[in-house]
Design a protein around this ligand. Sequence first.
Ligand code: SF4
Ligand code: SF4
Ligand code: SF4
Length: 177
Amino acid sequence: MSHSVTDPSRRAFLLGKRGSAKTPPAIRPPWTLSEADFAARCSGCGDCVDACAEGIVIIDADKLAAIDFRRGEGLCTFCGACADACHDDAFLSQDERCSSAAWAWRAVIGNACLAQQGIMCQSCKDACQTGAITFRYQLGGVAKPELALVQCDGCGGCVAPCPAAAITLGKFEASHV
Ligand code: SF4
Ligand code: SF4
Ligand code: SF4
């Protein structure tokens, strides 16, 4: 399913929206428990930070593990090393992880997108390893990005390369991905 990024009605998503657009919900590492359970169990020890070869796990202002796609390699490979390193039972068990989605985060391309404003750019497409972002060519116009949710795994690899900081991650209902 290919979704136009300019149609907000198609962004049927955002579970657990916390706060305003200026304070988006934290992205916890993949396979973590629900936010409330995670907050109760994560001690902020940093073992998952050290375990992440991609360098994207941080301890945030709440002293909880979180993902920052602007650090390190800028994407999650879903290797599971963060979960393996946790001694606080803040993640699903290894067995549960085998049968559970890593997370519900998926990329959202916002209005700051340069291509949406007629400026040639395809950096997000170049960064996406799953082919989730395609560009529809328009006669006499600049091609605009389209995101196929079913192909996006929320790895975050497109976030940092976007020169306009137009890409964020939103939590999508399972029926939409
Ligand atoms: S799954 Fe791997 S790459 Fe992703 S945050 Fe955990 S340790 Fe880092
Ligand atoms: S990289 Fe950013 S600005 Fe460029 S086309 Fe993609 S979303 Fe738009
Ligand atoms: S989050 Fe990852 S899979 Fe999804 S569009 Fe961005 S680079 Fe592609």
